[in-house]
Design a protein around this ligand. Structure first.
Ligand SMILES: *[C@@H]1O[C@H](CO)[C@@H](O)[C@H](O)[C@H]1NC(C)=O
Ligand SMILES: *[C@@H]1O[C@H](CO)[C@@H](O)[C@H](O)[C@H]1NC(C)=O
Length: 463
């Protein structure tokens, strides 16, 4: 009897010790660690500790199994209590073990800096970079690290899918300049045979869903999304710093994008790097969204083609983005992706802004819906109407902005092709359009290509 008591005490002690160790570990890895080296240490210790822990769990389980065999022997009927307790403990241990494995698999996300606001009240805005198997992601990261004004305010989180080892090493070579998180679900995605060629788009959507969930889960109010093939402008961070408040002030806004789809050098006003627009078109390519928008979209996030999906009226709900006159991102091309032609024709000509605009010092209220619609929309429709030939041949007597009109889809396509603008639509919306108006710069003047004044809204069939 005495030896049994001792045995039970030893086991209880072992179990207690296991839980205490686990608790301390959890506290350390979840707590607010502001010192970088402390979190580094935890990072190093965590995997070892988890291994040790599962060793000790296995040991306890063996002991419990031993006890069970001993006490559940049909001849021994005097100790049913111990059997029940042992069984309960061993169940609990199994549960804990599966939690521990889970903790190990999300250990990387635990390293995301947890501070969401700075002492001065400004938000921490993580830059979430999507990477897969292109080592050229270093070009993007070098750029981000180079222009980043504050590591505290703009933590760079690189989310890697695809598990490519060389790309991972390339990302890790940035050390504590960034946090690497890895998309854990590398399972194959089953698609219909005719969708096979689109499998990549399914993986991208899954990756976006996971990474955004993981990042917003920390509690950030804003996140900026960057893809691994983007270069950013010197004032990229300043741009988001200056505009983030608009997303909270104006519920008709749902994104700030750093991209101008018609950002080619010959159709922008290089003298106005501070100029921003509202657009009904979702540009993507370096863009910021809020926690509120993510909680709305995350529950119905699509399995593929997330960018077409997000542009659909069911998601957009007439909300608009801010976009710059001069792009703050530029794509250096996705090698091996089927849009090579598109890249050569348009994307590689997009001018990346070189100026540094102090956006956070500029009064942005002209971009709020009421102000903008009262000025921009009214101004456009009192401007003189000109034809393409008059514009091209410079036959317009007065200086200043003008308006051109389009009345149908084919006319829109013809005019934009002649002007060297993008001619396509997504969910009926022309690129960069606001209320159907596409604004650009041509022969040293501002031109607004606009539908008639009694415009009735976008036509889905134009896509
Ligand atoms: C994100 O997390 C929420 C809540 O846990 C869940 O409902 C949703 O399906 C997740 N979305 C994605 C895209 O993973
Ligand atoms: C910002 O501009 C608006 C007009 O668009 C004006 O009413 C407001 O007073 C300005 N705010 C500041 C702080 O200057």
């Amino acid at each position: 009897m005495r030896s049994r008591k001792v045995q039970v005490m030893v086991i209880s002690f072992l179990i207690m010790w296991t839980f205490i160790t686990y608790y301390i570990l959890l506290r350390n890895s979840n707590g607010q660690l502001d010192a970088m080296h402390q979190s580094q240490q935890v990072k190093q210790i965590l995997p070892k500790a988890l291994t040790e822990r599962s060793k000790s769990l296995r040991l306890s389980q063996t002991l419990i199994e031993f006890l069970r065999l001993k006490y559940t022997d049909p001849q021994v009927t005097t100790t049913p209590k111990i059997t029940i307790v042992a069984a309960e403990i061993s169940n609990e241990l199994l549960e804990q073990e599966s939690k521990a494995t889970h903790a190990a698999s999300v250990a990387t996300s635990a390293q995301i800096p947890t501070r969401t606001y700075l002492a001065n009240g400004e938000p921490v805005i993580p830059i979430l970079v999507f990477a897969c198997n292109r080592i050229s992601v270093v070009k993007c990261l070098e750029n981000l690290v180079q222009y980043r004004p504050s590591i505290e305010q703009f933590p760079i989180i690189v989310s890697q899918d695809c598990g490519d080892e060389l790309t991972k090493q390339a990302i890790q070579s940035f050390g504590n300049q960034l946090t690497l998180i890895e998309q854990p679900d590398q399972s194959d995605i089953t698609v219909l045979p005719k969708e096979k060629k689109f499998k990549g788009y399914y993986k991208i959507a899954r990756h976006y869903g996971w990474a955004l969930n993981t990042t917003f889960h920390v509690g950030f109010d804003y996140v900026v999304i960057v893809e691994d093939d983007l270069n950013v402008a010197p004032d990229f961070f300043e741009y988001f710093l200056g505009t983030h408040k608009l997303l909270k002030q104006d519920k008709s806004l749902w994104c700030v994008s750093a991209w101008n789809d018609n950002g080619k050098a010959n159709v922008i006003d290089t003298a106005q790097p501070e100029l921003l627009y509202r657009t009904d078109f979702f540009p993507g390519l370096g863009w910021m969204l809020t926690k509120e928008l993510w909680s709305e979209l995350s529950v119905k996030w699509p399995k593929s083609f997330w960018d077409d999906w997000i542009r659909h009226p069911e998601q957009r709900k007439d909300r608009v983005c801010i976009r710059p006159e001069i792009s703050r991102t530029r794509t250096f091309g996705k090698i091996g992706v089927s849009n090579g032609l598109f890249f050569d024709k348009y994307l590689k000509h997009i001018k990346l802004s070189e100026d540094f605009v102090q956006f956070s010092k500029i009064n942005m209220s002209y971009l709020l819906k009421d102000n903008y619609d009262n000025t921009f929309l009214k101004q456009v429709y009192v401007l003189p109407l000109v034809t393409f030939d008059e514009l091209r041949l410079n036959l317009i007597a007065m200086e200043g902005p003008v308006r051109m009109q389009y009345n149908n889809r084919d006319q829109y396509k013809r005019i934009t092709r002649m002007l060297g603008l993008m001619d396509d639509f997504k969910s009926g919306v022309p690129r960069t359009a606001y209320h159907g108006i596409v604004s650009f710069y041509y022969n040293k003047r501002r031109v607004h290509l606009a539908p008639s004044a009694n415009w009735k809204g976008y036509d889905l069939s134009w896509s």
